[in-house]
Structure formats: structure tokens, C-alpha cells
Design a binder for this molecule. Structure first.
Ligand SMILES: [Ca+2]
Ligand SMILES: [Ca+2]
Length: 318
């Protein structure tokens, strides 16, 4: 089982700075929110929300993968014994497990939630859009699978990581503040990745070149606790420093497929850990989808973060 490290960063209050390792929480599954549309039975490779380490496009700011070598060894073993067990190379989406039918063919069936590993701690709990706390994402997706084809199942999505809790309504003025902090955070995440990069391939060479310019700019607002007024002023004065971070985050999320649009699922790795800490998250991403077609296009994303139309550049999504 792969292990994901999710950096949970509080955009509000004091913890606005760059990601700290102390804040990391280890979970076994990445949060994947199912698509709105019902999907066909899928013997295909499941969508991975996370970027592979060493991948062309770098690493998602919220997730870093480990244990690559193990995965490689497992892959070799799986190939050798494929003739014995058809399920070994048959990938089922979350909530399903592989079984062999009468003709010895692998099929995906709903997982029994009771077979899910018990949650180690509260941090593994997830909250569904039914406002019900599930022990883990495994329990959630197994339950959702059992409801497949029903109205209830269609409506049920993973809302956020952690047990369900009261989330205060997002006021209009708070919604306006959100992109200010988020922009600054994205910039700080990138600078931190750049500082820690060395040989870790956290960023690609192209990305490093872009971030280097930001990092070395003496006018850069250092990471820390800043008033909203200062953040707004900095955005005005150092506007150019924010253009790449906004594009970069879009590229990190737009992976399945890489098509210039973010689906609910693609947004999940950023959205699900944020919601419990930032009560305007849901409203913000809803607002980003300006034409309400359920996809956030690069233009919509950039506008959401206050970039000017002429600065939206798909070639900057690297
Ligand atoms: Ca996409
Ligand atoms: Ca849209």
C-alpha cells in the first residue's frame, strides 16, 4: 500500500507560512471524490490524483509519495504469477475489489466495508456529503459502491478529510479574502519546494527556473503572518510573482486527463484537506466555476486568483 503524506496547511490565522513537516499527516489513501456522472464498470487503471515522484510535472504541494521501490518490486512479482491469479494485475477503482468469476475472469465487485482496515486515528476519518463520518476513505468508498445506481449513491461524495464537524457559513467578505491568502500560500509552497529541492526532484528544471526568479527577488514578501491589507498591497506591487504559482497549482491538479479543465475529482487533493480548516473552500471553488459547467477551466482558475486575462498562459502550466 502506498503511503501519502498530506501537508495540511492552515491558510487562516497564524499558520499561513510555507509547509512544515511537523504538520504532515500520513494517510493510506488519497482522497478521491467520485465524478458526478455515473461511470461504467471499469477494468481500467484508476485515476491517480497524485503525481508520481520524478514525474515531468513535479510534485503536488499537498502530497508527496514515498515507497516507490516497493511498488516496483511488487510490480515484478505480479507479472511473474499473473497466470495463476487473474486478479493480480486487475485494478479496481476505490470501493471495489477484484474477484474471479466462473470463467476465471477477474471482475470488480463492491468491497465489504467490514474488510477495510480499521482506522488508526481520527485523522483517517472522512466526512461524506451526507454529513456522516466514515472510519476511513476505504469505508466511505465501499459504502458508496453498495449504493451504486441509487439516487443516494449518486449524490454521495467524499466531502472532506477528518470527522464531520460544524462548518460555519462563508460570509461574502471572507470569500473575498480567501484568494489573497491562497495565492500567498501557493507562492510560499513553491519557494519551500525550491529551497528543499536539492536532488529530490520536487520540481522540474523548467519549474525551478521560474521559481528561482521569485526566490531571488529581493522584493518578495517573506512567508509569515501578514495582514490582508499587506497581502493585497503585495499582490498589487509584486503581481508578477503570483502568476506562475497559480498556473503551477493548476497543472498539478489537471492530470486525469490533462485537458485544461479541473473536475471535482482532480480538485479533491487540494480541496478535501482544506475544507475543515477553511470554511470558504467549497464556496471558493464553486465560485471559480464561473459558467457553472462543473469544470474549472484554466481561465476560470486564473481569474479566481485575480490574474489578468492577458496573463493566462497555458504554456506556463509546466
Ligand atoms: Ca483535467
Ligand atoms: Ca467552468
Amino acid at each position: 500500500m502506498r503511503v501519502w503524506i498530506i501537508f495540511l496547511l492552515c491558510l487562516s490565522g497564524k499558520a499561513l507560512a510555507a509547509p512544515m513537516e511537523d504538520d504532515a499527516i500520513v494517510v493510506e489513501e488519497e482522497p478521491v471524490v467520485e465524478e458526478e456522472l455515473p461511470v461504467e464498470e471499469e477494468p481500467v487503471m484508476e485515476e491517480e490524483v497524485v503525481i508520481e515522484q520524478g514525474d515531468e510535472v513535479g510534485v503536488n504541494p499537498v502530497q508527496v509519495e514515498t515507497g516507490e521501490e516497493e511498488a516496483f518490486d511488487e510490480a515484478i512479482d505480479a507479472e511473474e504469477v499473473i497466470t495463476e491469479n487473474p486478479c493480480l494485475n486487475h485494478h479496481c477503482k476505490k470501493g471495489k475489489v477484484c474477484e474471479v468469476d466462473d470463467t476465471n475472469a477477474p471482475i470488480c465487485v463492491c468491497q465489504d466495508p467490514t474488510t477495510c482496515p480499521a482506522a488508526v486515528g481520527e485523522f483517517e476519518h472522512v466526512c461524506g456529503t451526507d454529513n456522516k463520518t466514515y472510519d476511513s476513505s476505504c469505508h466511505f468508498f465501499a459504502t458508496k459502491c453498495a449504493l451504486e445506481g441509487t439516487k443516494k449513491g449518486h449524490k454521495l461524495h467524499l466531502d472532506y478529510i477528518g470527522p464531520c464537524k460544524y462548518i460555519a457559513p462563508c460570509e461574502e467578505n471572507e470569500l473575498k479574502e480567501f484568494p489573497l491568502r491562497m495565492r500567498d500560500w501557493l507562492k510560499n509552497v513553491l519557494v519551500t519546494l525550491y529551497e528543499r529541492d536539492e536532488d529530490n526532484n520536487l520540481l522540474t528544471e523548467k519549474q525551478k527556473l521560474r521559481v528561482k526568479k521569485i526566490y531571488e527577488n529581493e522584493k518578495r514578501l517573506q512567508a509569515g503572518e501578514h495582514s490582508l491589507d499587506l497581502l493585497a498591497l503585495d499582490f498589487e506591487k509584486n503581481y508578477n510573482m503570483y502568476i506562475f504559482p497559480v498556473h503551477w497549482q493548476f497543472g498539478q491538479l489537471d492530470q486525469h486527463p490533462v485537458d485544461g479543465y479541473l473536475t471535482h475529482t482532480e480538485l479533491a487533493p487540494l480541496r478535501a484537506p482544506l475544507i475543515p480548516m477553511e470554511h470558504c473552500t467549497t464556496n471558493f471553488f464553486e465560485m471559480c466555476d464561473a459558467d457553472s459547467d462543473k469544470y474549472i477551466a484554466l481561465e476560470e482558475w486564473a481569474q479566481c486568483f485575480g490574474l489578468k486575462e492577458q496573463d493566462v498562459d497555458k504554456d506556463m502550466v509546466i
